[in-house]
Design a protein around this ligand. Structure first.
Ligand code: ADP
Ligand code: MG
Length: 240
């Protein structure tokens, strides 16, 4: 599980995470919603050790992500992350892009790495696109390639940061369907999203972020369908 305890994070004098605690169990899907600038992306970066924290702790399966001596490469293998945009290597095929990390990071030989890539690209419905260059893919296909690339490392957890916000609704839908499939397979996911309907349908819990704290957290039946705090109500109104 991922255990986030009283995390504080500043950029210079600006404190953007101001005491966040949350535990995410294996198999759970937690969505994070909230205004832009509330610290959602920063929290994801802290979880996989891409950004240092000033106070508190983050444990991933018991391993302190920010302790001196923690092997960050190993930690990041356990946690796949997909961003709004991922710049694939344009001169490599889709298959080569997805098999790169298993080769370079996991030390798989080309044959084995490509087998993994084929499996994960098929998993996200891109079996017909393996040999094209990434530039030939639609935005939705590019995001599914990015998901396949993360899955190729056999992560225990997946973090998603507004992976559909650059896509028009139809292409967003195919990416959300892929994420829904992963959740049904039991993947543990933390999903930062503007897609309130997705958060409502797929999440076990929803956290509403506000000014660097979790303002309200609970099952979607509460936070989305019956929010308890006026600020949550206002935020949800602003997304309609
Ligand atoms: P969200 O993802 O909720 O929109 P972010 O986590 O991206 O919010 O940003 C939270 C705050 O931290 C914002 O005020 C943003 O400007 C600031 N911030 C984010 N990244 C950096 C950085 N690398 N350096 C300085 N300030 C940053
Ligand atoms: Mg963000």
């Amino acid at each position: 599980m991922i255990e986030i305890e009283n995390v504080h994070k500043s950029f210079g004098r600006l404190e953007v995470i101001r005491g966040v605690s949350m535990a995410v169990d294996k198999g759970e899907v937690v969505s994070i919603i909230g205004h832009s600038g509330s610290g959602k992306s920063t929290l994801l970066m802290c979880i996989n050790g891409l950004e240092p924290i000033q106070q508190g702790s983050i444990r991933v399966d018991g391993v302190d992500a920010h302790a001196r001596g923690t092997d960050l490469n190993k930690l990041r293998q356990r946690i796949g992350i997909v961003f709004q945009q991922w710049n694939a290597f344009p001169h490599l095929s889709v298959l080569e892009n997805v098999s790169l990390a298993p080769r370079k990071v996991l030390g798989k030989d080309r044959h084995e790495a490509e087998e993994i890539a084929v499996r994960q690209l098929s998993h996200v419905g891109l079996q017909d696109k393996m040999n094209v260059s990434p530039g030939k893919l639609s935005g939705g296909q590019q995001q599914r390639m990015a998901i396949a690339r993360a899955l190729a490392m056999s992560p225990q957890y997946m973090l998603f940061d507004e992976v559909t916000s650059a896509l028009d609704p139809q292409l967003a839908g195919e990416v959300l369907d892929t994420m829904r499939m992963l959740s049904q397979e039991g993947m543990c996911m933390i999903v930062v999203t503007h897609e309130i309907r997705f958060a409502r349908d797929v999440s076990d819990r929803v956290a509403f972020f506000r000014n660097g704290v979790i303002h309200e957290i609970g099952p979607p039946e509460q936070v989305i369908a019956n929010p308890q705090k006026p600020e949550t109500i206002d935020f949800l109104k602003s997304t309609r």
